[in-house]
Ligand binder design. Structure first.
Ligand code: FAD
Length: 433
């Protein structure tokens, strides 16, 4: 009979793996990690397309060169020495295309860009004032309107898209001003962004963390029996004495505690059946938060003449539901308008489908207007023996790879034992009831 582990961790993305490392570092080695897919890394996932390595999920280390060091940057740049490129968005005024073809005049694009910057500064100032006066939250769109900004021209809308939708994958009307302006990622870790472009993939940061505490064979593959792949959890039953976790393939695992790292999009579905039901306060907090969708579309051409395509939100849902050949035809039409009828036909297309995938249901969480800090803290608060981690539980950095990592490591652990008997494990302790 197998020994009953102290903690089962559900999900082997950045957060599940960093939480497992934290638990292991605290001296609790009897852990079990159950991951639904056949790999670790979750929303950090590289694949090969058109003979190149491309990132289906996270691509940038966001927040570099600030007063604090982003721990993901240390792994990417110092430990793993992954190949990265600095993303110079200041240059945006020189490479913004018109829908009907040709570049915008630099001065026109620069004026729109500057206005966008002023709006962001105005929003950040307003947000600080509102919180110091303990006033209610407003949406980012409301703050734009207070500055009399109504994007009406295509270039205004493009800059607006770049400043908001491109970062949060939803339009400004959805996003909370108080909780996103200024954004702790950029104020604490710095404003620079680095694009990871290494054949080993961005996911090697997750492997790097995993290999700090899981057994590895000579070839560098993780062989630790405490990590089980292809184990989709369908039920978590807790009682006063412990938890029972069931997976789709009929396996049953017992443990003292469980830590769930599945995305907030997954928690908003009934993929995992909690027994007894999660309390109403928990369910409401989970449902009120948002899971955004950010879709990169990769297109292969016989030769390079243009960079990349991204869509978000409703467009992402629409694109995921139609055949890729229709998406390819749409992309071709837009590109022919922009670059002329003579450009070559795309020979292949790759559309990652994060929203349709039941283990993700979107790409990253976004703080919507109407959710208070108290409600956000409820999303990560434990319920009896069930603890929650994942980017959507990060104290300051929800939505990001570093948020996922820090959410996993930022908790206190106390295991009270008397002799051989484990009496009580406190995994998270921030004072929220
Ligand atoms: P996940 O990676 O979702 O890990 C959860 C794990 O749980 C998954 O492996 C999943 O398979 C598993 N799971 C789910 N349900 C079950 C179940 N029932 N049973 C067992 N296992 C289950 N961040 C950045 O910092 N920079 C970026 O440029 C960036 N761009 C992004 C672009 C895209 C397209 C996407 C998708 C994400 C992007 N992000 C970016 C966000 C970043 O990838 C995530 O915040 C982070 O990887 C989330 O890690 P996590 O461990 O919280 O969740």
């Amino acid at each position: 009979r197998e020994a009953i582990p102290t903690v089962i961790i559900i999900g082997a993305g950045m957060s599940g793996i960093s939480a497992a490392q934290r638990v292991s570092d605290a001296g609790i080695k009897d852990i079990l990690i159950l991951e639904a897919t056949n790999r670790i890394g979750g929303r950090i996932h590289k694949t090969d397309f058109a003979g190149l390595s491309v990132e289906l999920g996270a691509n940038w280390v966001e927040g570099v060169d600030g007063k604090e060091v982003n721990p993901i940057w240390t792994m990417v740049n110092n430990n793993l020495k992954l190949k990265t490129f600095y993303s110079d968005y200041d240059n945006i005024s020189s490479n913004t295309y018109k829908q009907i073809g040709g570049l915008y005049k630099k001065s026109v694009a620069q004026a729109a860009f500057n206005e966008g910057e002023e709006l962001l500064e105005f929003g950040a100032k307003l947000s600080t004032e509102l919180s110091s006066r303990k006033q209610e939250d407003i949406s980012v769109l409301t703050s734009q309107r207070l500055k009399n900004h109504v994007p009406s021209t295509p270039i205004d809308m493009a800059i607006d898209y770049y400043n908001h939708d491109y970062e949060f994958a939803v339009p400004p009307r959805v996003t909370s001003l108080l909780n996103t302006e200024p954004l702790p990622t950029f104020t604490n870790f710095g404003e620079d962004l680095y694009f990871v472009a290494d054949p080993r993939g961005y996911e090697s940061v997750v492997h790097y963390v995993a290999k700090q505490f899981l057994k590895v064979n000579k070839a560098g593959q993780i062989t630790d029996p405490r990590l089980k792949l292809n184990k989709s959890v369908i039920e978590i039953r807790q009682s006063r004495s412990g938890v029972i976790v069931k997976t789709e393939d009929g396996s049953v695992y017992r443990a003292g505690y469980v830590m769930v790292s599945a995305s907030i999009g997954v928690l908003q579905t009934n993929l995992i059946n909690f027994q007894p039901d999660l309390p109403t306060w928990k369910v409401m907090a989970i449902y009120q938060f948002d899971m955004s969708i950010y879709t990169k579309i990769f297109v292969k051409f016989p030769y390079k003449f243009w960079p990349s395509v991204t869509v978000t939100d409703d467009e992402s849902r629409r694109i995921e539901q139609q055949p890729d050949c229709e998406t390819k035809a749409e992309v071709m039409q837009v590109l022919r308008n922009m670059f002329g009828q003579n450009i070559p036909e795309a020979t292949d297309i790759l559309v990652p489908k994060w929203w349709s995938n039941k283990f993700y249901r979107g790409t990253f969480s976004n703080w919507p207007i109407g959710v208070t800090r108290y409600e956000y803290d409820q999303i990560r608060a434990p319920v009896g023996r069930i603890y929650f981690t994942g980017e959507h539980t990060s104290d300051q950095y929800n939505g990001y790879v570093h948020g996922a990592y820090l959410a996993g490591v930022d908790f206190k652990i106390k295991l009270l034992t008397v002799g051989e008997k484990k009496l009580k494990l406190t995994i998270w302790d921030t004072g929220v009831d």
